[in-house]
Design a binder for this molecule. Structure first.
Ligand code: 13P
Length: 252
């Protein structure tokens, strides 16, 4: 099996205004310039998507948003459409992040609408899934991962899966400094790949990239990326520092 093309994505969450976001993007572009064989994505807040896309137009780095509506336009107060995202220069969308699920009550059904909309409009779509600490301790991890994968991808056709990336982000590892061990992460990724094989077929499962997210840092990235089913990272805190993010992109 050929190794899937690695994707390192930085989720800036609700950080940065125009000036510091553009500066950070420029610094990251410099720090990543030597690694063109790795796909790099930055997801700044909606308010600076245009500016960051502009700053990165001569680099290999692609830009994505952190959430997206499924409709092209209309009465959806507070939402941003896939067409608007592309108009701002972005080509990708993160969907179903655990902060959307936990803080804003987004359900699998709502997230599935977002996934289908993003895919339909041609965005590279990163569907985030992951169990809470309570779910892990109760032994429900695999059930949760299977449920979120199946519900999140309901109605997504096999040929659309080329535009879908899964991000496994155990909620207990996000922003806590606690990383899943390489064994825990590999086990979850292999399980998710198996579920993809059941929903679609083995070749789709083998082609789909599964990123790990949750306290990825320069100090743990190498061992995580060495796992056979880990195809990249979705990085939060460490993506706000060009030197750290550059080191993560340049994992060994
Ligand atoms: P941290 O890297 O800060 O744990 O955040 C992970 C994350 O939520 C990325 O989407």
């Amino acid at each position: 099996m050929g190794k899937r093309n690695t994707l390192i994505a930085g989720n800036w969450k609700m950080h940065t205004t125009v000036v510091d976001g553009c500066r950070l993007a420029m610094e990251i572009a410099k720090a990543c310039a030597d690694y063109p064989d790795r796909e790099v994505l930055l997801a700044p807040p909606f308010t600076i998507l245009s500016e960051v896309s502009h700053v990165l137009k001569d680099s290999e780095i692609i830009v994505g948003c952190q959430n997206v509506c499924w409709e092209e336009q209309g009465a959806f107060t507070g939402e941003i459409s896939p067409v608007m995202i592309k108009d701002a220069g972005a080509v990708a969308a993160i969907v179903g992040h655990s902060e959307r699920r936990q803080i804003f009550g987004e359900t699998d059904e709502l997230i599935n609408k977002r996934v289908k909309g993003a895919v339909k409009f041609g965005l590279l779509t990163i569907l985030c899934i992951g169990e809470t600490l309570d779910e892990r301790e109760k032994g429900h991890t695999f059930e949760v991962l299977e449920n979120q994968t199946r519900k999140g991808l309901a109605g997504v056709a096999a040929e659309e899966m080329a535009r879908v990336v899964i991000a496994y982000e155990p909620v207990w590892a996000i922003g806590t400094g606690k990383t899943a061990s390489k064994e825990q992460a590999q086990e979850a990724h292999a399980f998710i790949r198996g579920v993809l094989g059941q929903i679609y077929e083995k070749t789709i499962a083998e082609q789909t990239r599964i990123l790990y997210g949750g306290s990825v840092k320069p100090t743990n990235v190498d061992e995580l990326m060495a796992q056979p089913d880990i195809d990249g990272a979705l990085v939060g805190g460490a993506a706000l520092d060009a030197e750290s993010f550059g080191r993560i992109v340049n994992f060994k």
